[in-house]
Design a protein around this ligand. Structure first.
Ligand SMILES: *Cc1c(COP(=O)(O)O)cnc(C)c1O
Length: 369
């Protein structure tokens, strides 16, 4: 890679102080010879709960499982409907389908691109059991509105905070508002493992205890299975790595927000539109996404200059082939569909240099000149 190239993200920590710290933590686990559900997971659960501000946290195998297990523990099952956003990693919807429940897609807000409370209200029906909003790109959803709706309709509220580690609304961490909050530690997330990992946070002690059994096959004690559980555990090596990274997360998120502010300032006088935040939000700035009417052209101009971009996400979940059987057609979530044709994610990671942001902005400005 030459100096002029700008990668979308950079996960290589081998030559850094962080890399040595991670190796040290892994060596500690190797020396202990205990790899599943042990002291590292327990310590990381306590540390992560304290970071989010909840009473409990339960480590699981990935973010998708965090969502599935939360829904099961909250009584959602076959035949129940869970209302969610179509503009997300389709894994959000898969987590609902996998437990036999049905994802129902409501539209997103045109300014924030997060699930719209008004649109959710329109999808309510006799089988509605839960609302599953997603903090897309690390930007907080309107949780006060969803809490009100869930309370008045007797619905469960599960937050997909898989992109929102450390994001806040009115000073309160995302993930701590709903009955349960779900996180992913997929390597590219703001807090990423060296493989898969996930976490469920909650203030409900008995829910946390149920989740601890559910992730471990439904066992109440060794080899005694009370219910049909999952095998979905966070392992000791990943927990040890995540414990090294967690204390650095707030500074990394701050750096991400600074870089976003720099992008926004440099792109001010271009046709590029940015995504609005709710008032009172502190985004985790997981992705920096712009909206343009001529995405293919701009994308090509950037790639030709060695700048990597991605699209999050090009096909809304309700239009995925996997969900054809649900019968939700094109036009049923027009705002999400229009957004999916216009969004483009630009390079953003804590190690990105200001000069790289300036170069990306420069290429965009000359494209429109
Ligand atoms: C990453 C992600 C998931 C899935 O997490 P995994 O750990 O990959 O299972 C779910 N929802 C959203 C919004 C995500 O970004």
């Amino acid at each position: 890679m030459t100096d002029r190239q700008v990668p979308f993200a950079d996960l290589n920590v081998r030559e850094s102080a962080l890399g040595s710290e991670i190796l040290g933590a892994m060596t500690r686990v190797l020396g202990r010879g205990w790899f599943i559900l042990g002291p590292e997971v327990e310590a990381f659960e306590r540390e992560f709960a304290s970071f989010v501000g909840t009473a409990r946290a339960v480590g699981v195998a990935c973010g998708t499982d965090a969502l599935s297990l939360s829904l099961v523990a909250l009584g959602v099952g076959p035949g129940d409907e869970v209302i969610t956003s179509p503009l997300t990693a389709t894994f959000t919807a898969l987590a609902i389908s996998r437990i036999g429940a049905k994802p129902v897609f409501a539209d997103v807000d045109p300014d924030t691109l997060n699930l719209s409370p008004e649109s959710v209200r329109k999808q309510l029906g006799p089988r509605s059991k839960a609302i599953l909003p997603v903090h897309l790109y690390g930007n907080p959803c309107d949780l006060p509105a969803f809490q009100k709706l869930a309370d008045s309709e007797g619905l469960r509220l599960v937050e997909d905070a898989c992109q929102a580690h450390g994001a806040k609304l009115d000073g309160r961490s995302m993930g701590s508002w709903g009955d349960a909050g779900c996180f992913s530690f997929y390597p590219t997330k703001n807090l990423g493992a060296l493989g898969d990992g996930g976490m469920i946070v909650t203030n409900d002690e008995s829910l946390a205890e149920h989740l601890q059994r559910l992730r471990n096959g439904g066992q109440v004690s060794r080899y005694l299975h009370d219910e049909v559980g999952f095998n979905s555990r966070l392992d000791e090596l990943q927990a040890a790595v995540l414990r090294v990274k967690l204390p650095k997360l707030s500074a990394w998120n701050r750096r991400r927000r600074e870089l976003v502010a720099h992008y926004i300032q440099l792109l001010e006088k271009t046709p590029v539109k940015t995504i609005r935040l709710l008032p009172g939000s502190e985004s985790a700035a997981h992705l920096f996404v712009v909206r343009v009417s001529d995405r293919a052209g701009l994308g090509e101009a950037l790639v030709s200059q060695g700048i990597q971009t991605l699209i999050h996400y090009p096909i809304p979940a309700h239009l995925q082939p996997a969900y054809r059987a649900l019968g939700q057609e094109e036009g049923s979530c027009p705002v999400a569909e229009q957004a999916s044709r216009e969004i483009l994610s630009l390079p953003l990671f804590p190690g990105l240099a200001e000069s790289q942001v300036e170069r990306v902005a420069q290429v965009i400005r000359s494209y429109y000149r």
